[in-house]
Design a protein around this ligand. Structure first.
Ligand code: AMP
Length: 324
């Protein structure tokens, strides 16, 4: 059976891009593959954060994933910081990485620009190495991610090849699993930027209040022509909203153009709001019933299962690199 590994950072509440870029794929994979889904709390430390908030968001993220359909009977869901072996492999892979190649990562460049004044943390530079360790430690076959993570996964594949060449065949070269059409949901306030938990203004959080969701959709950036037509070059805002509507309804783009022919942006936005609440109705109800006790128990069991494989694989790695 193929092994799937993916992760998500508890840096904010779950947003639409996370769901359509990655979580939906994981839910579909649970029945076919062995899935390991990690709450990447160590990755969340790469930017300034408050400890109590990290604790809260970790629990919040886990309960959101369960409400959306991650089934702990099928998927091993765990906290990254519960598995110390990730950090061990991170060091080993870090010693095989080049400063120059890490500096080339888009995410690094973006974050380096953002934290220029305060100083750019080494964690931001090393982030993709830890991500490589997360995936390679379990010998993943498949890694479902959104488009923003492809470059990091390419690096993980490169590090696996480099390690294998230097020390002997240990790692599988993981395949990147990307659904092109939903690979990148853009921000509602800036359609040139990806939707991200770290820019809350343009971010549609799935479990936000009804009022907030309605307001954000109504305020979403469009353009002056008032025509619902898919053209990412000249109409990036409307095209992004069309992709969102497509994801929520399963309709194809020409059908959406036809549905809103002669209608204005306000009508379109009302329909998106309706589709959003239809799509996430069950998950929003389920979320209210998930207790902290349930989440803690599931994460503890997930850590136990993940640790079993991680420790076994790390033993082989330590031996081959000469540490045991
Ligand atoms: P993160 O929130 O950065 O931890 O990302 C968790 C997963 O969601 C990764 O696989 C990302 O590629 C995916 N993702 C995050 N934002 C988006 C987005 N705007 N569109 C599509 N996928 C996304």
């Amino acid at each position: 059976m193929k092994l799937v590994v993916s992760g998500i950072k508890p840096t904010g509440r779950i947003q639409l891009g996370n769901y359509f870029g990655m979580i939906k794929e994981i839910i579909a994979m649970q029945d076919k593959y062995k899935v390991f889904l990690m709450i990447a709390d160590l990755h969340a430390q790469t930017v300034p954060y408050k400890p109590a908030e990290l604790q809260f968001l970790t629990y919040e993220l886990a309960s959101s994933l369960l409400a959306l359909g991650i089934d702990p009977q099928k998927t091993v869901i765990f906290k990254q910081s519960d598995i110390a072996s990730h950090l061990y492999l991170y060091w080993i892979l870090g010693c095989l990485s080049y400063f120059g190649e890490l500096q080339l990562m888009h995410e690094f460049k973006e974050q380096a620009e953002r934290y220029k004044k305060q100083g750019v943390g080494v964690g931001i530079l090393m982030y993709p190495v830890l991500q490589a360790a997360d995936v390679l430690l379990y010998n993943a076959d498949l890694v479902p991610v959104g488009k923003d993570q492809v470059q990091h996964l390419e690096l993980a594949r490169q590090l696996a090849r480099r390690f294998n060449k230097r020390f002997g065949q240990v790692f599988k070269i993981p395949e990147i699993y990307l659904r092109e059409e939903t690979a990148k949901i853009m921000s509602l306030d800036n359609p040139y930027k990806k939707m991200s938990k770290s820019s809350p203004e343009g971010c549609l959080e799935i479990f936000a209040s009804e009022k907030e969701i309605k307001e954000k959709i109504k305020r979403a950036v469009t353009d002056s022509s008032n025509e619902i037509k898919f053209d990412p070059e000249t109409k990036p805002g409307i095209s992004n909203l069309m992709i969102i509507y497509k994801c929520l309804t399963g309709k194809v783009l020409p059908e959406i153009e036809q549905e809103f022919f002669g209608l204005g942006y306000a009508d379109f936005k009302e329909k998106i709001i309706e589709a959003f609440f239809d799509y996430f109705k069950k998950a929003r109800e389920k979320k209210r019933k998930i207790s902290k006790g349930m989440v803690n128990k599931i994460l503890k069991e997930g850590a136990r299962q993940a640790n079993r494989i991680a420790e076994k694989n790390l033993k082989t790695i330590l031996k081959i690199v000469g540490l045991r």
